[in-house]
Design a binder for this molecule. Structure first.
Ligand code: FMN
Length: 238
Protein backbone atom coordinates (compact mmCIF):
# COMPACT_ATOMS: atom_id res chain seq x y z
CA UNK A 1 0.00 0.00 0.00
CA UNK A 2 1.19 3.55 -0.65
CA UNK A 3 -0.28 6.94 0.07
CA UNK A 4 0.67 10.54 -0.46
CA UNK A 5 -0.61 13.94 0.49
CA UNK A 6 0.75 15.68 -2.65
CA UNK A 7 -1.57 16.05 -5.60
CA UNK A 8 -1.12 13.13 -8.04
CA UNK A 9 -0.44 13.84 -11.70
CA UNK A 10 -3.77 13.25 -13.46
CA UNK A 11 -2.24 11.76 -16.61
CA UNK A 12 -0.06 8.66 -16.73
CA UNK A 13 3.24 8.76 -18.62
CA UNK A 14 3.43 6.74 -21.83
CA UNK A 15 3.62 2.99 -21.19
CA UNK A 16 7.15 1.62 -20.96
CA UNK A 17 8.70 5.10 -20.87
CA UNK A 18 10.89 6.18 -17.97
CA UNK A 19 11.29 9.87 -18.81
CA UNK A 20 11.03 13.16 -16.87
CA UNK A 21 7.44 12.35 -15.91
CA UNK A 22 8.59 9.05 -14.39
CA UNK A 23 7.29 5.61 -15.28
CA UNK A 24 3.76 4.26 -15.09
CA UNK A 25 4.96 2.28 -12.06
CA UNK A 26 6.10 5.48 -10.28
CA UNK A 27 2.88 7.21 -11.24
CA UNK A 28 0.79 4.35 -9.82
CA UNK A 29 2.87 4.33 -6.65
CA UNK A 30 2.16 8.02 -6.14
CA UNK A 31 -1.61 7.63 -6.33
CA UNK A 32 -3.42 7.89 -2.98
CA UNK A 33 -4.91 4.72 -1.52
CA UNK A 34 -7.13 3.92 1.44
CA UNK A 35 -7.54 7.52 2.52
CA UNK A 36 -10.88 6.98 4.26
CA UNK A 37 -11.29 7.08 8.00
CA UNK A 38 -13.20 3.85 8.56
CA UNK A 39 -16.02 3.76 11.10
CA UNK A 40 -15.55 1.89 14.39
CA UNK A 41 -15.62 -1.90 13.98
CA UNK A 42 -14.81 -4.37 16.72
CA UNK A 43 -14.76 -7.98 15.40
CA UNK A 44 -15.32 -9.16 19.00
CA UNK A 45 -18.79 -7.58 18.87
CA UNK A 46 -19.67 -8.86 15.39
CA UNK A 47 -23.12 -10.49 15.13
CA UNK A 48 -23.46 -14.27 14.73
CA UNK A 49 -25.21 -13.81 11.38
CA UNK A 50 -22.88 -12.48 8.64
CA UNK A 51 -25.80 -11.18 6.58
CA UNK A 52 -26.78 -8.96 9.51
CA UNK A 53 -23.27 -7.50 9.45
CA UNK A 54 -23.36 -7.23 5.64
CA UNK A 55 -26.60 -5.24 5.74
CA UNK A 56 -25.19 -3.00 8.49
CA UNK A 57 -22.10 -2.25 6.36
CA UNK A 58 -24.21 -1.71 3.23
CA UNK A 59 -26.47 0.66 5.19
CA UNK A 60 -23.39 2.50 6.43
CA UNK A 61 -22.14 2.89 2.84
CA UNK A 62 -25.54 4.23 1.75
CA UNK A 63 -25.63 6.69 4.68
CA UNK A 64 -22.08 7.84 3.85
CA UNK A 65 -23.12 8.61 0.26
CA UNK A 66 -20.87 6.01 -1.37
CA UNK A 67 -21.77 6.01 -5.10
CA UNK A 68 -23.48 2.83 -6.35
CA UNK A 69 -23.15 1.18 -2.92
CA UNK A 70 -25.06 -1.89 -4.12
CA UNK A 71 -22.78 -2.48 -7.12
CA UNK A 72 -20.48 -5.47 -6.82
CA UNK A 73 -18.01 -7.46 -8.85
CA UNK A 74 -19.44 -10.86 -9.76
CA UNK A 75 -16.78 -13.45 -10.58
CA UNK A 76 -17.68 -16.68 -12.38
CA UNK A 77 -15.78 -19.49 -14.09
CA UNK A 78 -16.37 -21.24 -17.38
CA UNK A 79 -16.27 -25.03 -17.77
CA UNK A 80 -12.55 -24.84 -18.68
CA UNK A 81 -11.87 -23.14 -15.33
CA UNK A 82 -11.17 -19.73 -16.85
CA UNK A 83 -12.32 -16.94 -14.54
CA UNK A 84 -14.45 -14.01 -15.66
CA UNK A 85 -15.75 -10.97 -13.78
CA UNK A 86 -17.97 -7.95 -14.23
CA UNK A 87 -19.93 -5.42 -12.19
CA UNK A 88 -23.63 -6.06 -11.49
CA UNK A 89 -26.12 -4.74 -8.95
CA UNK A 90 -27.35 -6.50 -5.85
CA UNK A 91 -31.07 -7.21 -6.23
CA UNK A 92 -31.98 -8.77 -2.88
CA UNK A 93 -30.66 -10.33 0.31
CA UNK A 94 -32.53 -13.00 2.25
CA UNK A 95 -31.72 -15.41 5.09
CA UNK A 96 -29.07 -17.31 3.14
CA UNK A 97 -28.22 -15.69 -0.17
CA UNK A 98 -27.33 -12.52 -2.06
CA UNK A 99 -29.24 -12.21 -5.32
CA UNK A 100 -28.11 -10.85 -8.68
CA UNK A 101 -29.85 -10.87 -12.05
CA UNK A 102 -29.05 -10.96 -15.74
CA UNK A 103 -29.66 -12.85 -18.96
CA UNK A 104 -29.30 -16.62 -19.21
CA UNK A 105 -27.75 -16.21 -22.66
CA UNK A 106 -25.07 -13.73 -21.58
CA UNK A 107 -21.57 -15.10 -20.92
CA UNK A 108 -22.14 -14.90 -17.16
CA UNK A 109 -25.51 -16.66 -17.56
CA UNK A 110 -23.95 -19.51 -19.50
CA UNK A 111 -21.09 -19.76 -17.02
CA UNK A 112 -23.43 -19.90 -14.02
CA UNK A 113 -25.55 -22.52 -15.76
CA UNK A 114 -22.55 -24.79 -16.37
CA UNK A 115 -20.55 -24.01 -13.21
CA UNK A 116 -22.97 -22.81 -10.51
CA UNK A 117 -20.49 -21.15 -8.15
CA UNK A 118 -19.59 -17.47 -7.79
CA UNK A 119 -17.59 -14.94 -5.84
CA UNK A 120 -18.77 -11.40 -5.10
CA UNK A 121 -16.78 -8.37 -4.04
CA UNK A 122 -18.21 -5.13 -2.68
CA UNK A 123 -15.79 -2.21 -2.29
CA UNK A 124 -16.76 0.93 -0.42
CA UNK A 125 -13.61 3.11 -0.69
CA UNK A 126 -15.09 6.04 1.23
CA UNK A 127 -15.43 3.72 4.23
CA UNK A 128 -12.19 1.76 3.73
CA UNK A 129 -14.19 -1.43 3.49
CA UNK A 130 -14.47 -4.53 1.35
CA UNK A 131 -16.80 -7.53 1.63
CA UNK A 132 -16.05 -10.80 -0.18
CA UNK A 133 -18.57 -13.61 -0.63
CA UNK A 134 -18.10 -17.12 -2.08
CA UNK A 135 -20.68 -19.81 -2.54
CA UNK A 136 -22.80 -22.06 -4.68
CA UNK A 137 -25.43 -20.50 -6.91
CA UNK A 138 -29.08 -21.41 -7.32
CA UNK A 139 -31.89 -20.08 -9.47
CA UNK A 140 -34.89 -18.23 -8.07
CA UNK A 141 -38.33 -19.63 -8.80
CA UNK A 142 -40.26 -18.17 -11.77
CA UNK A 143 -42.45 -15.87 -9.63
CA UNK A 144 -39.50 -14.26 -7.91
CA UNK A 145 -37.63 -13.99 -11.20
CA UNK A 146 -40.63 -12.30 -12.85
CA UNK A 147 -40.96 -9.84 -9.95
CA UNK A 148 -37.28 -8.94 -10.32
CA UNK A 149 -37.66 -8.43 -14.06
CA UNK A 150 -40.78 -6.28 -13.73
CA UNK A 151 -38.98 -4.11 -11.17
CA UNK A 152 -36.29 -3.20 -13.69
CA UNK A 153 -36.40 0.06 -15.70
CA UNK A 154 -38.00 -0.20 -19.16
CA UNK A 155 -34.62 0.19 -20.87
CA UNK A 156 -33.21 -2.83 -19.03
CA UNK A 157 -36.33 -4.87 -19.79
CA UNK A 158 -36.09 -3.97 -23.49
CA UNK A 159 -32.43 -5.04 -23.54
CA UNK A 160 -33.35 -8.31 -21.85
CA UNK A 161 -36.13 -9.01 -24.35
CA UNK A 162 -33.64 -8.64 -27.18
CA UNK A 163 -31.38 -11.04 -25.22
CA UNK A 164 -28.17 -10.36 -27.12
CA UNK A 165 -26.00 -9.07 -24.26
CA UNK A 166 -22.27 -9.30 -25.03
CA UNK A 167 -22.79 -10.44 -28.66
CA UNK A 168 -20.78 -8.62 -31.33
CA UNK A 169 -22.64 -5.49 -32.47
CA UNK A 170 -22.38 -5.20 -36.22
CA UNK A 171 -23.67 -1.60 -36.45
CA UNK A 172 -25.61 0.94 -34.36
CA UNK A 173 -28.69 0.52 -36.55
CA UNK A 174 -29.00 -3.10 -35.47
CA UNK A 175 -29.18 -2.02 -31.82
CA UNK A 176 -31.71 0.73 -32.51
CA UNK A 177 -33.94 -1.60 -34.61
CA UNK A 178 -34.07 -4.46 -32.14
CA UNK A 179 -34.44 -2.23 -29.09
CA UNK A 180 -37.17 -0.29 -30.88
CA UNK A 181 -39.12 -3.51 -31.47
CA UNK A 182 -38.71 -4.57 -27.84
CA UNK A 183 -39.78 -1.14 -26.58
CA UNK A 184 -42.90 -1.32 -28.79
CA UNK A 185 -43.70 -4.74 -27.36
CA UNK A 186 -43.34 -3.44 -23.80
CA UNK A 187 -45.70 -0.58 -24.58
CA UNK A 188 -48.39 -3.04 -25.70
CA UNK A 189 -47.60 -5.74 -23.12
CA UNK A 190 -46.02 -4.01 -20.08
CA UNK A 191 -46.11 -7.20 -17.99
CA UNK A 192 -44.24 -9.39 -20.42
CA UNK A 193 -41.24 -11.16 -18.82
CA UNK A 194 -38.18 -12.03 -20.89
CA UNK A 195 -37.93 -15.84 -20.92
CA UNK A 196 -34.16 -15.61 -20.64
CA UNK A 197 -34.18 -13.48 -17.45
CA UNK A 198 -32.56 -15.13 -14.46
CA UNK A 199 -32.21 -14.28 -10.77
CA UNK A 200 -29.36 -16.12 -9.07
CA UNK A 201 -28.86 -16.52 -5.34
CA UNK A 202 -25.25 -16.77 -4.22
CA UNK A 203 -25.26 -18.89 -1.09
CA UNK A 204 -23.63 -16.99 1.76
CA UNK A 205 -21.52 -19.94 2.88
CA UNK A 206 -18.35 -17.83 3.22
CA UNK A 207 -18.15 -14.09 3.78
CA UNK A 208 -15.18 -11.95 4.66
CA UNK A 209 -15.35 -8.46 6.11
CA UNK A 210 -12.26 -6.32 5.55
CA UNK A 211 -11.68 -2.91 7.05
CA UNK A 212 -8.64 -0.70 6.50
CA UNK A 213 -6.54 0.50 9.38
CA UNK A 214 -4.13 3.44 9.25
CA UNK A 215 -1.37 1.33 10.84
CA UNK A 216 -1.66 -1.38 8.17
CA UNK A 217 -3.18 -3.83 10.66
CA UNK A 218 -6.32 -4.17 8.57
CA UNK A 219 -9.19 -5.92 10.28
CA UNK A 220 -10.38 -9.12 8.65
CA UNK A 221 -13.20 -11.30 9.87
CA UNK A 222 -14.31 -14.41 7.98
CA UNK A 223 -17.55 -16.33 8.47
CA UNK A 224 -17.79 -19.97 7.32
CA UNK A 225 -21.04 -21.86 7.48
CA UNK A 226 -20.76 -24.95 9.71
CA UNK A 227 -22.68 -28.23 9.82
CA UNK A 228 -25.34 -26.78 12.15
CA UNK A 229 -26.20 -24.03 9.64
CA UNK A 230 -24.61 -21.36 11.83
CA UNK A 231 -21.33 -19.60 11.00
CA UNK A 232 -17.88 -20.05 12.50
CA UNK A 233 -15.94 -16.78 12.82
CA UNK A 234 -12.21 -16.53 12.13
CA UNK A 235 -9.95 -13.51 12.39
CA UNK A 236 -7.43 -13.38 9.52
CA UNK A 237 -3.96 -11.93 9.23
CA UNK A 238 -4.04 -8.69 7.27
C1 FMN B 1 -22.65 -0.23 -11.99
C2 FMN B 1 -22.98 -1.32 -12.98
C3 FMN B 1 -24.06 -2.15 -12.75
C4 FMN B 1 -24.37 -3.18 -13.64
N1 FMN B 1 -25.42 -4.01 -13.34
C5 FMN B 1 -25.68 -5.06 -14.13
C6 FMN B 1 -26.68 -6.01 -13.77
O1 FMN B 1 -27.30 -5.95 -12.68
N2 FMN B 1 -26.92 -7.04 -14.63
C7 FMN B 1 -26.23 -7.17 -15.82
O2 FMN B 1 -26.52 -8.09 -16.57
N3 FMN B 1 -25.25 -6.31 -16.17
C8 FMN B 1 -24.95 -5.26 -15.35
N4 FMN B 1 -23.93 -4.39 -15.69
C9 FMN B 1 -23.16 -4.65 -16.94
C10 FMN B 1 -22.12 -5.76 -16.67
O3 FMN B 1 -21.00 -5.22 -15.99
C11 FMN B 1 -21.63 -6.48 -17.95
O4 FMN B 1 -21.11 -5.54 -18.85
C12 FMN B 1 -22.74 -7.26 -18.68
O5 FMN B 1 -23.61 -7.87 -17.76
C13 FMN B 1 -22.13 -8.33 -19.60
O6 FMN B 1 -21.40 -9.26 -18.81
P1 FMN B 1 -21.01 -10.73 -19.36
O7 FMN B 1 -20.54 -10.52 -20.77
O8 FMN B 1 -19.92 -11.17 -18.46
O9 FMN B 1 -22.24 -11.58 -19.26
C14 FMN B 1 -23.59 -3.36 -14.81
C15 FMN B 1 -22.48 -2.53 -15.03
C16 FMN B 1 -22.17 -1.54 -14.13
C17 FMN B 1 -20.93 -0.70 -14.36
Amino acid sequence: MSSTTSRPQPHPPAPGVDGPGGSVRDWLEGLPLLRADPPPFDPEDAPADPLELFLAWLGDAVAAGVPDPHALTLATVDPAGRPDARVVVLRDVDESALWVASSAVSPKGRQLDRVPVAALVFHWPQRGRQVRVRGGVRLADPERTAADFLGRPAQVRADALVARQSEALRHEGELADELGDATDLLRVEPHVVAPTWRLWGVDASRLEFWQASGDGQHLRLRYDRDESGGHRQTRLWP
